[in-house]
Write a protein that binds this ligand. Structure first.
Ligand code: PHE
Length: 457
């Protein structure tokens, strides 16, 4: 069977996949999680998670995608089993769980990215001049509770996403990634340069790279590790089958081991650079590093209000977030669209509009202002729909899907699929063993402690 779609170049694959990986997770979540979890200690454990679990899990998803017929991430499992003369099995559950999570994540991802649109416009048109610690928090509260503003911004993000995905893999996703990713790096470097010249740069380097045992009140190493693994999965776009979908568009000769390494390096670099852009400003302005999700939306604008060129730097910062979020939301939508197109019943254009519209409607209900929540999701310990979906997907569904993908490649698929990816056959064997016996244990241990923390703590 001919592949339905494909990327046209290696650079395109790496940039598109890095585009998926680099997102709100790097620019918004990573800095605030690092801030909440003792800075350097979190960063160190995070990097270990990326190397020890993230890269092998990414290679697994790529292998599944590459050896499928590109009819969507759910079919991929069965297609590989068929080629291997096996009966189709329950493993496709990994695809189903991943698709459901990517659907749910996109619904609220676009809402959060929408907040960045508001702050970007604020920088361009009004500046952050009036922000102090009280007014900044008030501004954010008003924004996230405002249904009309929330809806308009969410629609802007979704419309842009739908537009790119409807253009197809080569003409849409690959082209836009080739423009956006270099732009993203450029803006990020300018912001790090700004922090270097005007902010508390050395203090930030120390904060991010010097592990400490001072993890903050009520925190412990286990909690830091849980947070770091969750962050690593999310940040590398794992457990959502997005990598399976993108992997299904690569060519037989493309080296997915190398691509995975490159993407992991780019993703980690952006997270660290985001820290080096944000913390110098935070420290120089006497703001609180461990303040949580409000770090980017509440704290930083206070600094932007008070620093030279604050409005421009602020606008650039939020533009950076918008660009990063867009290339991620594109991969989340593509993941769903690929399933619909894979049924053979819908054209790409129709599939994109249908999936995009349904996700937007669900997303509408994730706005805090709408005040919706699902009692059935109360086990997540959250009371708003956005927070419920956030916990449900990141804590429960993502690790499950990633786990099944690793097991599939380690135990169900033919060893030849792994062997084909390594020139050094001995190394292929090591990788195989590592994938079978070590990675699943890592994931299980952290997943189970997560359960304990969430349900029993
Ligand atoms: N990796 C993205 C981020 O860091 C989130 C994402 C996950 C996007 C999965 C696409 C697929 O924000």
């Amino acid at each position: 069977m001919e592949k339905r779609e494909s990327f046209s170049s290696k650079v395109g694959i790496v940039l598109a996949t890095a585009g998926s990986a680099v997102g709100l997770g790097n620019l918004w979540a990573f800095p605030y999680r690092a801030g909440q979890n003792g800075g350097g200690t979190f960063v160190l454990i995070y990097i270990i998670c990326v190397i020890a679990i993230g890269v092998p899990a990414m290679i697994s998803e790529f292998i599944i995608g590459k050896n499928s017929n590109a009819t969507g991430a759910i079919n991929a499992f069965g297609e590989i089993e068929e080629k291997n003369n096996q009966k189709k099995s329950w493993f496709k559950l990994g695809g189903i769980v991943g698709i459901i999570s990517s659907f749910l994540i996109l619904s609220f991802y676009a809402v959060i990215a929408g907040w960045a649109v508001d702050y970007f416009l604020k920088g361009i048109f009004g500046g952050y001049g009036s922000f102090d610690s009280t007014t900044s928090a008030q501004y954010f509260e008003t924004l996230i509770m405002s249904i009309p503003r929330g809806t308009i911004y969410q629609i802007i993000i979704m419309a842009a996403t739908i537009f790119v995905v409807s253009m197809g893999v080569k003409e849409g996703i690959e082209k836009i990634s080739k423009i956006m990713m270099p732009l993203l790096f450029l803006i990020l470097l300018i912001l790090v340069g700004y922090g270097f010249v005007t902010g508390a740069f050395l203090e930030s380097v120390k904060y991010l790279f010097k592990p400490t045992l001072n993890l903050g009140e009520g925190n412990n190493i286990a909690k830091v590790a849980i947070s770091a693994m969750g962050q690593a999965f999310m940040s590398l776009s794992l457990g959502l089958t997005c990598i399976i979908t993108y992997g299904s568009y690569v060519d037989k000769n493309d080296d997915v081991v190398k691509i995975s390494k490159q993407v992991a390096i780019a993703d980690t670099m952006v997270a660290l650079l985001a820290g080096l852009a944000i913390f110098p400003i935070v420290f120089a302005n006497g703001l609180e590093a461990g303040q949580g999700p409000g770090l980017v939306f509440i704290s930083l604008p206070i600094a932007f209000a008070n620093m030279p060129l604050g409005s421009i730097i602020g606008a650039m910062f939020f533009l950076l977030i918008i660009i990063a979020a867009l290339t991620s939301s594109i991969s989340l939508l593509e993941n769903n669209v690929a399933i619909l197109v894979g049924t053979g019943k819908l054209t790409r254009g129709k599939a994109t509009i249908i999936a995009g519209a349904i996700i937007s409607v669900v997303g509408f209900f994730t706005q805090y202002g709408v005040g919706f929540s699902l009692p059935i999701l109360n086990f997540t310990g959250q009371t708003t729909f956005l927070d419920q979906l956030d916990k449900l997907t990141i804590i429960y569904l993502i690790p499950i899907s990633a786990f099944i993908c690793v097991l599939f490649v380690g135990y169900r698929a033919n060893y030849k699929l792994i062997e084909a990816e390594f020139k050094n056959k001995k190394f292929a064997k090591y990788f195989y063993t590592y994938l079978r016996y070590v990675v699943p244990i890592f994931i299980t241990v952290i997943f189970v402690s997560e359960l304990f923390n969430n349900i029993f703590a």
